[in-house]
Ligand binder design. Structure first.
Ligand SMILES: C[S@@+](CC[C@H](N)C(=O)[O-])C[C@H]1O[C@@H](n2cnc3c(N)ncnc32)[C@H](O)[C@@H]1O
Length: 218
């Protein structure tokens, strides 16, 4: 059982992760065709690879739910800290082809036992988590050995000028886009955290590069 101080810290963390205005605008954007055309093929590809008992982190408004494959996935636990996002995700649960339980929580401190999942899915999440390395340590802890991490993330641009522009934009993106750090090198975080067989594929544009990452817990 958590003591009072750690309960207070967890509550403070969840309060810092509430971005209702961003959540509503994300829902509007995600219904628009450009966003769907960009993201849906990547969601189909990466979420379609999930298998067994799956943990989805930062599930947002539930845009991945439709892409889980019932012949591969036993069940999904979807974690989302933002209350507005969770209520938007709720409306997408019914149409999901696999059983999904939606819970409140943050990647830095996951309420699950060690080695309890076969697969972790996170899409467009690691740009906005408070502590990316602590989040990846938690992912390692709750994954079974040999379990997979599947991600889609927008990341730091490889070019110097584009990366500089991203760095300059971060004070605005963190403030107005749900703590989004436009300039994070998430593939490097995954390697630094000790994941193996890290396969990275790049998409997107010079200023807005996207990657998919598939990696294995040793
Ligand atoms: C841009 S949205 C992406 C939502 C969804 N994964 C998708 O692909 O559309 C980022 C999500 O990450 C969540 N998030 C931010 N920090 C988090 C944290 N520390 N732990 C878990 N989720 C977090 C936000 O609440 C938000 O729902």
């Amino acid at each position: 059982m958590q003591d009072t101080t750690s309960q207070e810290t967890a509550t403070e963390k969840l309060t810092a992760l509430q971005h209702p205005r961003f959540a509503r605008s994300y829902e509007r954007q995600s219904r628009r065709r450009p966003m769907r055309e960009l993201m849906e093929p990547l969601r189909r590809e990466m979420v379609g690879r999930a298998q067994g008992v799956v943990l989805e982190l930062g599930a947002g408004n539930g845009l991945n739910f439709a892409f889980y494959q019932p012949d591969k996935v036993e069940r999904v636990v979807a974690v989302e800290p933002d209350t507005t996002m969770r209520s938007l995700a709720q409306s997408r649960l019914e149409a999901a082809p696999v059983p999904i339980t939606l819970v409140e929580g943050a990647v830095e401190s996951l309420p699950f036992s060690d080695a309890s999942f076969d697969c972790v899915v996170a899409t467009l999440v690691w740009c906005s988590v408070l502590d990316p390395m602590q989040g990846l340590r938690e992912v390692q802890r709750i994954l079974k050995p040999g379990g997979s991490l599947l991600m889609i993330e927008h990341v730091r641009a490889p070019g110097k000028l584009a990366a500089l522009i991203q760095d300059m934009a971060v004070p605005f993106t963190t403030r107005f886009a749900g703590n989004c750090h436009w300039n994070r090198d998430t593939a490097q975080f995954v390697r630094d955290a000790g994941f193996q067989n890290t396969a990275v594929h790049s998409y997107g544009s010079r200023f807005f590069p996207f990657i998919t990452i598939a990696a294995t817990r040793p």
